[in-house]
Design a protein around this ligand. Structure first.
Ligand SMILES: [Fe+2]
Length: 647
């Protein structure tokens, strides 16, 4: 929790600072043989280049002036493991120890009544307590009598919500602790986040949640009890033998405690019943203070997006990337930000499925730097299998496991016998609901932040869908196209094909410069960013009839762009092959879930952009058999922002 100036700056800006962007010009091209040989010992992925190891086994990147860039040690501003405050019982109440003598701030607290609301949140008491020398005590005298709104005095048990605010007034953590108060107070096993409804089908769902203690918990529903198979912290309980399109009340039981919610199964595939789903993205920490940045997440807007989704009785909410500010070298800090996001979504996600895609801000990095902070290189962290942006994301979400494996085995794979790329598991996938299919792509896979570094060290550029993912997408779309139960397909991906404001310099356009592309083991791949965009468009528009819209984000605005034969999609001078589009579809961009805004910019396709707004927005699709109506609401003011018939 100690604050080092450098790191703090990075977090505030949510981007690393690169003093020398022309870094690639300074990097040596070492003998590949040496790099390859060493990489075996230190598990440096062979897909990268110019990372070496010194005699002591430390990784470094050499530069032409003889500087060695070394791995920057983790320096998180805040960590999940500390901010929970290790709650424990005393005779008076609950004591918190944040394990940092220098930490001071304020702790708001209030009881959570799981029985008087569909979406239970803590109701805060008027007087917070002070955190000094990293410690605080919540005295339960202040929660007695007229303030005992859960009946804990009589039942001898209850649950407390608490919010940690640092000395600068920044909200940094929302926590929960369940307690027993028979005699001395005792902190007991607590549901920290969730339950979340996942993987909804017509005959089964999965319910996931996290507990403070390794434990076996139960879900009681449909006259049966479903249990964890073993004691775990991260629970995923599959509920089977269900009827289609049916509402099931359920109880989550943990120790002496229980919470009650309900979920609904999907109709049988192709039933063509009416249903609604919502779409949004980009909720990372925003500007304006207060809940607009609960350390890494704009929980003010996310809560409203979830509330409006609940009000519309959505079957599911799709959310495609940039949940959190991310860009951290500390897994503990990344987990804190994911926790804060989940803490506000949980009370809604207990009733309907919230499906999460990956964006660039889910970036968990390794940084190489020199002592003078002259050079800096940022890469997706590794080993990829256990310590990458992708593996961390997969730990945090419960998505289908039906995506491609990885970019291993592509024609650029430097070694067919080793794993040299992150996994696509749970960050590329598809799901269906009744007559709708939704395909989640990942354009921030194996992401090297800052395009200037890619030629020097390797990795993927922001916005690029790599070969194996493209092949999987083509096949998946073909399968859904042939599926008689599916009428409509939505393709969702974090980066727009046609950026309109804030990301014209990258995404799938790079100001019209096709030269940007991934570099694998020192080799530039054959297709540039615009050529790859065209291959995706060819699959989505020319080879598919059912794809009705591309749902994108990254740009923090709402806008719809008509993509068809008439849309200008190339720069003035463009030498690569061009494609002809044979029908038109909409790109629906909604990155307006709370991240700082971008204004509109001029592009070749500007005449085909409608509805551009920097208001916060939630897109709602009303599906009724063959028809799709789209409504866009400002989730803060409830103003109607836009509407459209999509077919
Ligand atoms: Fe983004």
């Amino acid at each position: 929790m100690k604050k080092l100036k450098k790191m703090k700056k990075r977090i505030t800006n949510t981007r690393y600072i690169f003093p020398v962007l022309l870094l690639f010009a300074y990097i040596f091209i070492p003998a590949q043989g040496i790099a390859q040989e060493k990489s075996k010992e230190n598990k440096i992925p062979k897909s990268l280049q110019n990372i070496l190891m010194d005699e002591s086994g430390e990784m470094y990147i050499p530069t032409s002036d003889g500087t060695k860039l070394k791995v920057v040690p983790e320096n998180p501003r805040y960590q999940l493991s500390k901010l929970r405050g290790n709650p424990s019982g005393t005779n008076a109440g609950i004591f918190f120890d944040f394990q940092d003598e220098e930490f001071s701030g304020t702790l708001y607290y209030g009881l959570i009544n799981y029985n008087d609301s569909k979406h239970p949140f803590p109701v805060y008491r008027s007087s917070p307590v002070t955190i000094s020398s990293g410690r605080a005590l919540v005295h339960f005298n202040s929660l007695k009598g007229a303030f005992d709104m859960t009946g804990w005095e009589e039942s001898g048990m209850g649950t407390l919500g608490y919010r940690v605010i640092d000395s600068e007034g920044m909200m940094v953590y929302d926590g929960i602790v369940s307690f027993i108060s028979k005699g001395r107070f005792k902190a007991v096993n607590t549901v920290l986040t969730g339950p979340f409804i996942n993987l909804v089908q017509s005959d089964k769902v999965t319910i996931s949640f996290e507990t403070s203690e390794k434990s076996i918990c139960e879900i009681e529903t449909n006259g049966k009890t479903y249990k964890d198979k073993e004691a775990v912290f991260q629970h995923e309980i599959e509920i089977t033998d269900l009827q289609p399109a049916t509402v099931y009340p359920y109880k989550l039981k943990y120790g002496e405690f229980q919470q009650s919610y309900s979920f609904k199964t999907s109709p049988v595939p192709g039933a063509r019943e009416k249903f609604i789903f919502s779409y949004s993205s980009d909720s990372r920490g925003g500007s304006g203070g207060g809940e607009r940045n609960l350390f890494g997440a704009n929980v003010y807007i996310i809560k409203k997006i979830m509330a409006v989704s609940a009000q519309n009785d959505v079957a599911f909410a799709q959310f495609t990337g940039d949940l959190i500010s991310g860009y951290s070298t500390s897994a503990d800090e990344m987990k804190l930000q994911y926790h804060n996001w989940k803490s506000v979504v949980g009370p809604f996600g207990a009733h309907f499925q919230v499906v999460l895609g990956m964006g660039n801000h889910e970036s968990y990095d390794i940084v190489f730097n020199d002592d003078d902070n002259k050079y800096s290189v940022v890469l997706d962290n590794f080993p990829y299998e256990t310590n990458s942006s992708e593996s961390l994301f997969a730990e945090q979400v419960v998505n289908p496991h039906n995506g491609p494996d990885s970019e291993d085995g592509s024609k650029y794979d430097p070694d067919g016998s080793t794993k040299d790329f992150p996994s696509y598991d749970e960050n590329v996938f598809y799901y269906t609901y009744d007559n709708v299919g939704v395909i989640n792509l990942n354009s921030d896979y194996w992401y090297t932040p800052y395009k200037e570094m890619v030629p020097a060290v390797g990795g993927n550029v922001h916005g690029y869908v790599m070969d194996n993912q493209l092949a999987w997408f083509k096949n998946t779309l073909k399968t859904l196209e042939k599926d008689e139960n599916i009428d409509h397909i939505f393709v969702t991906i974090h980066t727009p094909f046609f950026p309109n404001g804030g990301h014209v310099h990258d995404d799938m356009w790079y100001n019209g410069d096709n030269s940007f592309r991934p570099v694998i083991a020192g080799n530039k791949v054959a297709k540039g960013i615009i050529e790859r965009r065209d291959e995706l468009l060819d699959i989505i528009i020319n080879k598919s009839k059912k794809t009705k819209a591309i749902l994108t984000g990254d740009e923090h605005n709402y806008a719809r762009t008509l993509i068809g034969p008439q849309t200008l999609i190339y720069p003035r001078r463009y030498t690569a092959d061009k494609i002809l589009l044979n029908r038109q579809i909409w790109q629906i961009n909604n990155g307006a879930a709370g991240a700082p805004y971008y204004a509109q910019e001029e592009t070749p396709w500007s005449n085909y952009v409608a509805g551009f707004t920097t208001q916060n927005a939630l897109v709602i699709f009303d599906i009724d058999g063959a028809s799709i109506r789209m409504r866009v609401l400002n989730p803060d003011t409830l103003e109607k922002v836009d509407e459209l018939i999509l077919n």
